[in-house]
Structures are given as C-alpha cells and as structure tokens.
Design a protein around this ligand. Structure first.
Ligand SMILES: Cc1cc2nc3c(=O)[nH]c(=O)nc-3n(C[C@H](O)[C@H](O)[C@H](O)COP(=O)(O)OP(=O)(O)OC[C@H]3O[C@@H](n4cnc5c(N)ncnc54)[C@H](O)[C@@H]3O)c2cc1C
Length: 257
C-alpha cells in the first residue's frame, strides 16, 4: 500500500506574530521559529501506523520555500521513508498549492493521501479538499479514526459530530484530513533526527508543474491584530465581598450571567 502525507511549514504556536508594516498582507517572519503543522503530525503518525499494519510505503510531500525542508526532515525522523520537496517562493493560495500537489501526486499511484484538517496559520482547510477534487478522488475530512477495509479497497473513517460519531466509508484511493484525537504522534529521538538529516530528498521546482495553471484565486487583503486585552481587575476585600463584586461585574459589565 502506497501512502502519501502532505505537510506544511507553519509558525510555531508559541510565536509572537507581528504583521509587516511595509506589507500588511504578510507576517514578519524574521524573529519567529517554524514547525510542522501540528495536524500534519497526526497525518504522519497515521501513515506510519497503517504502513506498519499493511506493509506499506510512505512518502511525505511539501510545497514551499527552501526552509520548508525542515518539515520534511521532521516527518522522515518520525519514520516516513521518502520525501518530495516542491520548492516554491511565489505568491500563492490554497488553490495553487492544491494544483501543484495534484500534479506531483497524479502519476505516483498512491492508495491513500493524508493531510492535516487545517494549517494553523492560514486555516483555510481547503488544500485537502481541492487536492481530492483535482485528483478526482473521494475525500473524508476531519477524521478521528481510520481503518483500511475490504482487502485494501476501501477506508472506514470516524468523524466526531455534535453529540456523536459519524462512520463513513470511501473507496481507495482517497484523501483523508486528520483531526486531533486520531493518534498520539511519536517524538523522534536524536538518532532518528540525525538519520533523517542525512536522507536524500527528491526536489522539484514548482515552475515545472505550473503549465496550464490559471493563477491563484484568493488574494489576502491584509492582516490585522486583535485589539489589546483590557487590563484585568483585582477585587479587594474578603472572599464574600469579592464574590459579590465578581457576580455584579459579570452581570453588569461583562453581561455573561
Ligand atoms: C508568498 C506567499 C503569498 C501568499 N498569498 C496568499 C494569498 O494571497 N491568499 C491566500 O489565500 N493564501 C496566500 N498564501 C498562503 C498559502 O498559499 C496557503 O497558506 C497555502 O496554499 C495553504 O493553505 P492553508 O495554509 O490555508 O492550508 P489548509 O488548507 O488549511 O491546509 C490543510 C492541509 O493541507 C496540507 N497543506 C497545506 N499547505 C501545504 C503545502 N504548502 N504543502 C503541502 N501540504 C500542504 C497540510 O496537510 C494541511 O494540514 C501565500 C503564501 C505565500 C508563501
């Protein structure tokens, strides 16, 4: 069974994001560190789990700048066998990313394509869906359990919905987007990381795949930061007095009770 995982490089969840003053449609990347998109780690872990059970072969693919290589290395350190880097520095959008991924994946004969439910930075949750559409495959999104069934011909997935679980079947090949709760991603050891750093990557320039592409569809206008949080209040007096004052503030100021 051939399994593909697509992964994105995103700012660290701890990063203090600042918007560029010269380009309000971009963030200032100079002082932040980057990580593999956390939802993509669930996808990597699931690929490894299924590959173990089904004697599968695993490949990770990213579209992005030279620096995106680090997320491929992270997936390799977790245990993925092959890595493909589509180097790209151009103005993009999820439609373009899905187009490029579709072209790269098209002739590779994968049985299963796993992605994260959304990238935590741009958060469009669009790439997986658009990729499935480009490849003419079934898509099952935001899943919390994946089982290969029917002699490897279909996939059975669980999706958490309000008040219950939806069980969905789809024929393979299919695109599955992974949600928190699916598994517990493994932590690579130092030896895994060293081994992964020595592995060869397959690298392509995005330009070789853009023939027939009509251009990105969505343009970011600008980013704005949320308003600063108001300063907290310290309630004085004994606990009874403070509790009464708190109830009053919650009712009259915050209007939450
Ligand atoms: C220079 C530049 C300009 C940009 N301009 C715009 C713009 O004008 N409008 C706009 O909408 N976006 C723009 N982007 C953002 C970028 O194109 C999107 O972030 C990207 O297409 C993915 O969308 P997303 O992050 O919302 O992914 P989602 O759809 O939320 O991601 C879902 C899943 O898809 C997979 N995935 C996502 N991205 C990749 C990737 N690159 N490689 C492999 N797998 C991936 C991952 O598994 C991820 O968990 C720009 C980016 C750059 C570098």
């Amino acid at each position: 069974m051939k399994i593909c995982v697509i992964v994105k490089r995103v700012p660290d969840t701890e990063a203090n994001i600042k918007i560029r003053t010269d380009k309000p449609d971009r963030i200032d990347e100079s002082e932040i560190s980057f990580i593999i998109n956390p939802y993509d780690e669930f996808a990597v872990e699931e690929a490894l789990k299924i590959a173990d059970e089904k004697d599968g072969e695993t490949t990770v693919i990213t579209v992005g700048s030279k620096e995106s290589e680090a997320v491929l290395r992270h997936a390799l350190a977790m245990g993925i066998e092959n890595a493909v880097h589509v180097t790209d520095n151009e103005e993009s959008d999820p439609f373009r990313t899905a187009f490029l991924l579709g072209k790269v994946i098209n002739d590779k004969g994968f049985d299963l394509i796993l992605c994260g439910k959304a990238a935590i930075d741009d958060d469009t949750a669009g790439v997986g869906s658009m990729l499935a559409e480009n490849l003419g495959l079934a898509q099952v999104l935001v899943v919390t359990k994946v089982e290969i069934a029917g002699d490897g011909k279909k996939v059975v997935c669980h999706r958490d919905i309000e008040g219950g679980t939806m069980v969905v079947e789809a024929p393979l090949p299919a695109v599955i987007s992974c949600q928190k709760g699916l598994n517990e991603p493994r932590l690579p050891t130092i030896i895994d990381i060293k081994r992964a750093n020595k592995k060869a990557l397959e690298t392509f320039d995005s330009k070789s795949y853009l023939e027939g592409f009509s251009g990105p569809r969505v343009k970011i206008g600008k980013f704005t930061s949320p308003p600063p949080r108001p300063v907290g209040k310290v309630l004085k007096g004994d606990s009874g007095t403070a509790a009464k004052e708190l109830a009053k503030l919650l009712r009259e100021e915050a209007k939450v009770i």
